[in-house]
Design a protein around this ligand. Structure first.
Ligand code: CO
Length: 259
């Protein structure tokens, strides 16, 4: 019997409560791949160091984990990333994986959450199904991460898929890229919106969701909206808590291509 490992890689989060989103995806992936030994890696060393200090648990980087798996005699390694887009973090992961080509009989990697159009449609459909029924004067705003990487274009496609499914007052902005909050605000002001629902478009409702989105400080999205006169309602659910999101990752892991 050849030794097979399933490694699930995420950015990680230092918020133990938010980690349940990652754990849900790990558990669902694990159940879909019986016969594979499960391993976790976090790409963020900052997050790993903080967890080690506070909880005494060390979570390896993908490269460290791959070294351990090679030493332990694993022949097959399937890597599933829990990243949302094929951005910088995902590319860094692929680089680490490529360095281990030849160390295993088979080394494969599954695509991030948003890969082909079907993924965008599946995600937006799942989000619309869970969304409260919006009254005439309500809008829903999602906060994506955003990046300088060309994959940032993905966020505009997410919003398009909401429109395609008839959701006219659902918007997507990002913390670190475009569309930014100002553009979302400009569009809200053109409609008779008085109440805005806010939620992260991120795997975990971690640091960005708790502070940049829902924080009480001046610059948070919640505060900005309230200072513009909107009522707000925050939904702190990470995408990783959704079954449909787990299903997309499971499909990507099943279709994982060899490196
Ligand atoms: Co960030």
């Amino acid at each position: 019997m050849s030794k097979k490992a399933l490694m699930v890689v995420s950015f990680g989060t230092t918020y133990p409560d938010a980690r349940r989103a990652i754990e849900n995806l790990e558990e669902r992936l694990c159940a879909a791949f019986p016969g594979y030994d499960f391993y976790r890696a976090f790409t963020s060393r900052m997050v790993a160091r903080k967890i080690e200090k506070e909880e005494g648990v060390y979570i390896p980087s993908p490269a460290e984990l791959l070294g351990q798996l090679a030493d332990a005699g694993y022949e097959e390694v399937c890597c599933q990333s829990l990243h949302v887009i094929f951005g910088q973090e995902y590319e860094k992961l692929m680089e680490q994986l490529r360095a281990f080509r030849g160390r295993f009989t088979r080394l494969s990697a599954g695509a991030p959450l948003l890969w082909d159009t079907q993924d965008y449609l599946r995600l937006t459909r799942a989000l619309l199904e869970r969304m409260p029924r919006l009254a005439e004067d309500e809008a829903f705003v999602f906060m994506g991460h955003g990046t300088e990487h060309p994959a940032n274009a993905a966020y505009a496609l997410v919003e398009n898929c909401f429109r395609y499914q008839g959701a006219e007052r659902v918007y997507v902005g990002t913390v670190e890229g475009f569309p930014h909050l100002d553009y979302v605000l400009a569009r809200l002001s053109r409609r008779e919106v008085t109440n805005v629902h806010l939620a992260p478009l991120m795997i975990v409702a971690g640091d960005h969701a708790q502070n940049d989105l829902a924080g009480e400080e001046e610059g948070s999205w919640k505060s900005r909206l309230e200072s513009e006169g909107y009522g707000t309602e925050v939904h702190l659910t990470g995408l990783g808590e959704l079954d449909e999101v787990a299903d997309i990752f499971i499909d990507h892991c099943k279709q994982a291509s060899p490196l």
